[in-house]
Write a protein that binds this ligand. Structure first.
Ligand SMILES: CC(C)(COP(=O)(O)OP(=O)(O)OC[C@H]1O[C@@H](n2cnc3c(N)ncnc32)[C@H](O)[C@@H]1OP(=O)(O)O)[C@@H](O)C(=O)NCCC(=O)NCCS
Length: 314
């Protein structure tokens, strides 16, 4: 008989094997990524993280995270269409909703695997729709580019002139710039980006893979996370690194302070950051979770994976 139990981290290896059978090579998982995104993520919600077990074998799993996120759900191919994911979801819903009105989202959790439901997951679309989730029309994409033909484009004259007038330079972040970097992210962007940046700086004491635009040598006005095969943190851009290639790179998030937009700084920061990734020896790189397809296309990126946001209000 199938029974359902709360997820415990000792199951990681078995879960990873099941995941890789479920996702058919589209999202190749390893234990390092699972530990980072689930076991070591402060927002993993134990009561809403549930395993389906048959004769001692895990045949399905759902991971819930606070606040109100279904990080992922998957069921062994040979046990599908028997209501297992439905049971996992119903148990998670009870844990999430309690007495409160709430909205559940699929993906977009801290240390996420997916920024929504992957387009290729046709069964997941049918599953979430059947359970009353609404799909947002716009998609988010991971975008990819090879780097063998990359060379940093010359800055347009006007942009270079403006940056000079404003005394803005691009460089790798240093210890001294960390307080200004964090202030910049807090003032201009989401709490999620702030948490991700803070967490990364704890795990990677050398901040040089964060690229910054600095005014007057001290004031951060733009930032960009880059990743390579020396990164300690597996940022979402390099989560599926075995598909990118042995010499992989990644980028994102990237952002410019509100008062410094529309002067060409974003594209300059992007081009500089790509160059820094290329200098690590990366041969292909990914920019994750973006809706700005045409912006990144300017730097030669094309769509790699698509995701749709699904939500349900209770
Ligand atoms: C999505 C998934 C978890 C569903 O698991 P499952 O245990 O087969 O789902 P259930 O049996 O509870 O399905 C409930 C309902 O969802 C719908 N559904 C599920 N899979 C479907 C499919 N392949 N085609 C059409 N409808 C489907 C049906 O309405 C089904 O009810 P029915 O069987 O009475 O018609 C499973 O297909 C899976 O693991 N896919 C790969 C991993 C994945 O893409 N996960 C989502 C990423 S977040």
């Amino acid at each position: 008989m199938i029974h359902f139990q709360t997820y415990t981290s000792i199951e990681a290896e078995k879960i990873v094997n099941l995941w890789n059978r479920c996702f058919d090579g589209d999202f190749p998982l390893d234990v390092r990524l699972w530990h980072q995104n689930v076991d070591n993520c402060k927002r993993t919600f134990a009561d809403a993280s549930i395993l389906a077990v048959l004769d001692g074998h895990i045949i399905g799993a759902l991971i819930g995270k606070n606040p109100n996120r279904i990080s992922t759900v998957f069921v062994a191919p040979e046990h599908r269409r028997r209501g297992i994911a439905t049971e996992l979801l119903e148990r998670a819903e009870v844990a999430f909703t309690g007495e409160l009105e709430t909205t559940l989202l699929v993906g977009q959790d801290d240390r996420h695997f997916f920024p929504g439901v992957p387009e290729k997951a046709a069964a997941a679309d049918a599953f979430f729709t059947k359970h009353g989730f609404m799909r947002r029309e716009a998609f988010a994409a991971d975008m990819i580019r090879t780097l063998d033909d990359w060379s940093r484009p010359d800055s347009p004259l006007q942009v270079a002139r403006t940056m000079k007038q404003l005394n803005i330079e691009l460089r790798a972040c240093t210890q001294q710039l960390i307080p200004s970097l964090l202030e910049h992210v807090e003032a201009n962007f989401s709490d999620r980006w702030l948490r991700d940046t803070r967490d990364r700086l704890v795990l990677e004491p050398d901040p040089s893979e964060v690229i910054v635009a600095v005014q007057d040598d001290s004031n951060v006005v733009g930032f960009c996370h880059t990743y390579s095969n020396r990164s300690v943190v597996l940022g979402p851009s390099i989560a599926w690194r075995s598909l990118i290639g042995r010499k992989y790179g990644g980028l994102g998030p990237i952002g410019v302070a509100k008062d410094f937009r529309k002067i060409g700084l974003g594209l300059e920061l992007l081009n500089y950051s790509i160059t820094k990734v290329a200098e690590t020896g990366a041969e292909r790189m990914v920019i994750d979770w973006t809706e700005l397809v045409s912006f990144y296309a300017k730097a030669g990126f094309s769509i790699w994976k698509k995701y749709y946001a699904y939500s349900k209000s209770y």
